[in-house]
Structures are given as structure tokens and as C-alpha cells.
Design a binder for this molecule. Sequence first.
Ligand code: GLC
Ligand code: CA
Length: 544
Amino acid sequence: MNHFQDKVIYQIYPKSFMDTNGDGIGDLRGVIQKLDYLKYLGVDYIWLTPFFVSPQNDNGYDVADYLAVDPLFGTMEDCEELIDQADKRGIGVMLDMVFNHTSTSHQWFQKALSGDPQYMDYYIFRDSPQGQPPTNWESKFGGNAWEYVPSLKKWYLHLFDVTQADLNWENPNVREELKNVIRFWKEKGVKGFRFDVVNLISKPEVFEDDHQGDGRRFYTDGPHVHEYLKELVRDTGIDQMVTVGEMSSTTLDNCIRYSNPEEKELSMCFNFHHLKVDYKDGKKWELMEPDLAALKKIFATWQEGMAENNGWNAVFWCNHDQPRIVSRLGDDKTYWKESAKMLAAAVHMMRGTPYIYQGEEIGMTNPHYDRISLYKDVESLNYYEIMLEQGKTKQQALEILEARSRDNSRTPMQWDGSDFAGFTQAEPWLSIPDNHRYINVESEKEQGDSILQFYRKLIQLRKEHTAISQGTIEFVETDSDEIMAYFRESKEEKLLVVCHMKDGCLPWEGLEETKDWDILLTNYSQESRGNLRPYEMRIYRKKY
Ligand code: GLC
Ligand code: CA
């Protein structure tokens, strides 16, 4: 067994986790303060999104200094104390390495701007007349992906915000600099790394227009990406640590290579195909009812495909870029509790390492903002303008943001029912939904059937059942698209996980084979073997 198969990882977005100095912004001391809570929850690792020096145009994913803590979040001493205190509780700290790009405020880019050829070669500069970008590629945050620098008469590539300049990984000096960043943090005692959009680091040799799409087919899982990852892992000696790559628009074949232990690249990968089943024609900014048949098919393909080829998935629904899952695939009103639990079980029982994003474990919902002034995210603000330009009304654009904005998951952690949810003493940087009065850690700690208790149970089950941590996986054909079911099997036991993904009741006879199996877990207080109730989930178990 690989060392991470029975582990559970918790994602912390420090800005929204816990504020200790009353400026409305979460900080590292806030994370230290909540370590006992994380221990109580039972997670093994915490992944912190970037808290390095940054102008915060993309909330820290625009790094200006990889080796220093942004004063907004605290000091290096706070960070050291956090690593140490986490370690004392058996929790490993994982850091977020944003290596596809730096902030344009980074000193490397500043030197490049002054015309220093050594540093210009750290980035991707191309010649092309002003007004004519080198290619028609689109930035993932909207608009063209190139920016003109008049003093240099050149363009630089930015796949994300204009203040996030893509690094030139072809340059061995760049690769060496980035290895030094890893070495620095490894020295400090961190136990793992998450690599931001790491499958975009290798750009093609020739840059050409994309007449079929936005350019991503030229740089996604690019020509040297596997080579670069192997080199980075080998030269920094992180092959025994937990590493996860965020893979944008990737393929199964590439993810097998990224995560198969024989390749010596990463422990596991995030992919996002299952989170596009409500994108109309693949477009994030067009709403559609979730296609549950497609969802099941994607899970089956990835789960079985990775298993057959010894790859390993990071399994998840939520992160700081995705809307809250209970508001998206569940029902955040009538069946809030049932649907949050069912969705949790659906991924926690899969083959892979589960990730919990802060607040998911208490069933936090989208805030349902009704005004543009409440949004802060650069992507949301850009697309709001783009949608208006495309002729959508303000009302339509707001409805789309309400469902799709990244701010949906970035609202402050709901610790208790007090005015600022126990997150801060002052006005928080992003507004907190009213439901914090009843959706909060304090009250869910006390209720035996809360979502929080259910998550604790799921974590515990992974530690106790080899079928969950190490077992094979096989998806089951069901009569309805609304039922997702799969078997997990090890030498000791066999489980059948059944998830009813919608409201209403559905006939369910069970499977012939499972008629006399025990029920290990369900999200309803009364066990039933008959029809599936709204958003019901059951785990059947046979012991060998
Ligand atoms: C990843 C991060 C996201 C960020 C982007 C650019 O997708 O998760 O928050 O904006 O990379 O760094
Ligand atoms: Ca603070």
C-alpha cells in the first residue's frame, strides 16, 4: 500500500479560515488556533493555498516572493510554529507551489521589464507588432493571453491574469530556481506539496493561432511536462512526500503517467471533468442542469481507468475555485443535510485520496449574493463585464455568477452563530451568508446526526476498511441515471455504495447479490432496504 491511500487531506484557504488580529482577513495564527479542531475532524494533512508575498490580484496565486510570508497572513515565525504545532498533532502541512507563472511584481519579472536578457528568458516574450498579439490564445480569466510591453516592443504570455506572467520552463535556470523553492520549504519541515496548474508548464516550440479553440490544446499536458516533473521530483528528493498536481483539461492517459509510482512523478492528480457536467456546451459561463448520466460515466472512466493502470486520483467536489457542492448538485434548502452527506459519501468511498475543502464538512452553501459589489474575485469581475458586453442583462449575469463565481466557496469559515460567524471581530473581507446562524462548527459539534459528524465517520471508515483505502472498484449499471453505484473489494470484504443523486423516491430492489449484506452506513436515521429516498445513500457490506 502506498503511504497516502488511507489518508484524508483538508484544504485551507487562509484568507477565509480564521482571523486573529481583527483585520477581517484570516491569518496563519488563525490556522494554529484551529489545529485542535482539525485533529478532532481526523484529517492527516492540511494543504494551505498560497500565503506568500503577493499583490493579491488573484488572492495569492500571483506570487511575488516564494520564500517569504505575506504580512497580511503573518510572519515566517508563525509559519514555522504552524508546521511544528501541526506536526505535534500528527498533521502534515502541504504547501501550494504556483510554478506555471509568477506575479509581474516578482523581482525576476521586474528585471525582465528593465530589459535584462537573463531574466527576460525566465518568461515567454515574443515579437509581434503592437496591436497584434503573437497568437489568438485566450486567457483563462478572459481576453487575449498576451500583453504588450512598449519599452521592450515585445509581448509576454499570461494564461491567467495580466499580472501573472508564465514562466519559461525550457530555461534550465528557471527549473533550478523552482527546485530551490521546494528545497527551502522542505527544510522547514513541510510534508507535501500541491502544484498549481502544473500540466500547463511545458509550452510548444512554435506558437501558432488556434482556429479550433482557445489555445489550450497547444500547451495542456505539453511536450516536456513529464520530463520536467521527473526532474523536479528527483532533484529535490520529494518522491516520498505527498504530492498532488492540479491538472487543467487533462486526459486519463496523462494522469496515469503523472501518478503511476513507477514513473516517479506525483502521488496523485486533480482533474475537473466531473465538475463540468453542468457547463452548457462545455462553457463555464452558460448554465445547464447537471447531466447525471455524464457524471456517472466520467467517474466510472476515471476510477476504473486509473485503477487498471496503477494511477491514483485525488477525489473531491470542492475547492476555492468551485461553487459549494451542496448548492450545485445537492439541495441547499429542503434536503440540505441529506444531500450534503450523500455527496460526501459518493467521493469518500471512491478509490483515491479524498480532499475536504474548509466548510464542506459542515455543509456550507453558496452565499447567493444579489449584488455585483459583493463579489471580489478577478475572474468573476472580468466575466461580469464580458457577459454584459455579450448582451446579457445585469440580472442574467448576476444569476450566472450566483451559480459559478469562485467567491461562492471563498466566504469565511462559519465557526459559530455570532455576527461574524466567529471568523473575525471586524467586517470580514468577503460577506458571510445569514445561514451561519445554524450552519456552523459549534452547533454541528453538538448534534449527533450533523454533517460534521458524518464527515468524521467517513474519515474513520477509510482508516478501518481496506476495501475503501486499497480495494478495487467496479461501477454497476443501474436503471436510472439518478442512481450511482459501485463495488469496492479487498481480501477482507466487499462493499456496495449506492447514491441517489436527486430528490423524489426511486424504486430500488437492491442487487441480488447484496440481499443479505449488512448496511454499514446510510444518511437517514431509519435504515431501509426498499425504495431510495431523496438523496439517500447506503453502503452495503459483506465480510469475507
Ligand atoms: C489554479 C488555482 C486558481 C488560480 C489559478 C492560477 O487553478 O486553483 O485559484 O487562479 O490556478 O494560478
Ligand atoms: Ca488577520
